[in-house]
Design a binder for this molecule. Structure first.
Ligand SMILES: Cc1cc2nc3c(=O)[nH]c(=O)nc-3n(C[C@H](O)[C@H](O)[C@H](O)COP(=O)(O)O)c2cc1C
Length: 199
């Protein structure tokens, strides 16, 4: 081995060694980032919203916690008309739970989330049928479930009790309960106003 070859080899090894140090310095900070992102990835905000009240709250939680977000949607959308939706929800409630409101899509990797925020509006003094479908088709065992509930002035009805029954193996936290605008009231006010306008 020539002295020249030896010098080059030493220089190369020393350069590689310093590269290794730099490389090791990065994973320390990168792993902190990765840990953070893993932590936030484990939180999922799920919600159903028809007229937007629950969606606003879901958005605030999602942005504050940098969580993932899932919008519960029925396979067949509810009617645009409020009163038709009330009727349909009533019919669905009376159906066998297994035949109710299939979902448009499911959360395929629910097992990777540890904490789930679940938001829904009270419908007919209870959990909307499509939220019931969500709960019976996803395994929330051992997850922390934090509900946020909106209603139009009549309270949560039996939605909390039913939620506890359907997500029996989840650790349920105290819900956030907020009274919000009612689509019914807005619809009736606008309809009355329209009828006063001479055409
Ligand atoms: C089909 C239907 C049924 C409802 N039933 C109730 C009820 O039983 N009690 C109540 O306080 N509000 C009821 N509401 C009002 C909603 O719970 C309330 O306006 C809620 O904030 C709507 O949330 P969203 O804007 O996210 O859809 C009902 C609304 C709909 C569309």
């Amino acid at each position: 081995m020539s002295p020249q070859y030896d010098r080059t080899r030493r220089a190369l090894l020393s350069a590689l060694a310093s590269l290794t140090v730099v490389k090791m310095a990065f994973p320390a900070s990168a792993s902190a980032n990765t840990d953070n992102s893993l932590k936030t990835e484990r939180t999922l905000v799920i919600y159903l919203s028809r007229s937007g009240n629950t969606r606003v709250i879901a958005g605030v939680i999602h942005r504050s916690l940098h969580s993932d977000l899932f919008d519960i949607e029925p396979a067949i959308p509810y009617p645009d008309d409020y009163f038709q939706t009330v009727e349909q929800a009533k019919i669905e409630r009376e159906r066998d739970r297994d035949l109710r409101s299939p979902l448009k899509s499911s959360v395929s990797n629910i097992e990777r989330y540890q904490t789930i925020y679940l938001g829904f509006p009270v419908w007919g003094t209870t959990l909307p049928p499509v939220v019931q479908t969500f709960l019976t088709t996803h395994n929330l065992a051992d997850k922390t479930l934090i509900p946020f509930i909106t209603h139009g002035g009549y309270g949560v009805g039996n939605s909390e009790a039913l939620l506890a029954r359907l997500a029996t193996h989840a650790r349920q936290e105290q819900p956030l309960v907020i009274e919000c605008d009612q689509e019914r009231r807005t619809t009736e006010t606008v309809t009355r106003w329209l009828s006063t306008i001479s055409r």
